[in-house]
Design a protein around this ligand. Structure first.
Ligand SMILES: Cc1cc2nc3c(=O)[nH]c(=O)nc-3n(C[C@H](O)[C@H](O)[C@H](O)COP(=O)(O)O)c2cc1C
Length: 178
């Protein structure tokens, strides 16, 4: 079964990291990229369609640039609209149970920024606790956070290598859990 990549970048034309990740995913037949900002430029998410898509995949990657220590707004709305009671949680809401959630983000911080002694004071794992808690509520397996930091100082090759490294991570986890 293919891995579903939920891509959320508000300005992909001017992106380096997320655009490159998208291109690398697209070269691999095990991944299918679902570009939220392209599909829903007016934020009018087709929640039924999104739920169908989630049901059809067991491994979901959230791919986005870190904006104000968070996900971009359309991805947040995607959760609000799609992860409803009776589907994702609550009575009868076990449709996402046992599915795997990966987070892959890009950020602008220097490599040590997201450490206890860095300027952000928190690690990415700590800052992404709301996503992890969401996965927990929905009985999903929150696997790992992959990040490429300091994007503006990265070479194109480094970004490609980071994307490939992430893809191998996903494939390994899928292999081990089968
Ligand atoms: C509105 C906005 C908010 C941002 N907030 C953060 C932030 O909180 N932490 C951080 O490390 N980088 C932040 N950045 C930098 C972006 O994360 C970085 O430019 C992006 O991940 C690069 O990926 P891209 O080449 O795909 O655009 C922000 C950038 C923008 C435009």
């Amino acid at each position: 079964m293919k891995t579903l990549v939920i891509l959320a970048h508000p300005d992909l034309t001017n992106s380096r990291a997320n655009k490159t990740f998208m291109e690398v995913f697209n070269q691999d037949e095990e991944f299918v990229v679902h570009n939220l900002y392209e599909l829903y430029p007016n934020f009018a998410i087709d929640a039924d369609k999104e739920r169908e898509l989630l049901l059809a995949h067991n491994t979901i990657v959230l791919q986005f640039p870190f904006y104000w220590y968070n996900m971009p707004p359309l991805l947040k709305k995607w959760f609000d609209d799609v992860f409803v009671e009776g589907f994702a949680y609550g009575k009868g809401g076990n449709k996402l149970a046992k599915k795997q959630m990966f987070v892959s983000l890009s950020d602008g911080g220097a490599p040590e920024s997201y450490t206890d002694f860095g300027y952000a004071k928190y690690t990415l794992t700590e800052l992404l606790r709301p996503l992890e808690a969401t996965a927990n509520l929905c009985q999903m397996d929150f696997i790992t956070v992959h990040s490429i930091s300091n994007v503006s100082n990265r070479t194109d090759l480094e970004i490609v290598e980071s994307a490939k490294e992430f893809i191998e991570k996903v494939k390994k986890v899928k292999r081990l859990s089968n």
